[in-house]
Write a protein that binds this ligand. Structure first.
Ligand SMILES: [Zn+2]
Length: 94
């Protein structure tokens, strides 16, 4: 199956893999805007529409996007970050 012309959407996600590990002091949340497919990677159904979520964590305010997939599959931010990296490498996203 070709991944060209994949329909994408931009979402803001918290990238914990880019943050300092626990125990190394206070760390600011790392929020990245990434581009992912509008389709659920599990079943290929459409993902839900992203909506803003204001978070308060470790004394820091930040905003991310959350969405609920109609198919009930749950996207983890870690998986979304990996998917965005894959899409970039494949050249589908500029
Ligand atoms: Zn699904």
């Amino acid at each position: 199956m070709s991944t060209n012309c994949v329909e994408t959407m931009k979402v803001r996600v918290r990238d914990r893999s880019a943050e300092a590990p626990w125990g190394s002091g206070l760390t600011n949340p790392v929020v990245r805007t990434v581009e992912i497919s509008t389709d659920c990677p599990v079943c290929g159904g459409k993902r839900g529409t992203p909506t803003n979520l204001n978070q308060y964590d470790d004394g820091v305010h930040y905003s991310v996007d959350i969405w609920t997939n109609p198919c009930r599959h749950v996207d983890s931010y870690a998986a979304v970050v990996r998917e965005a990296a894959r899409l970039r490498e494949a050249g589908d996203v500029r």
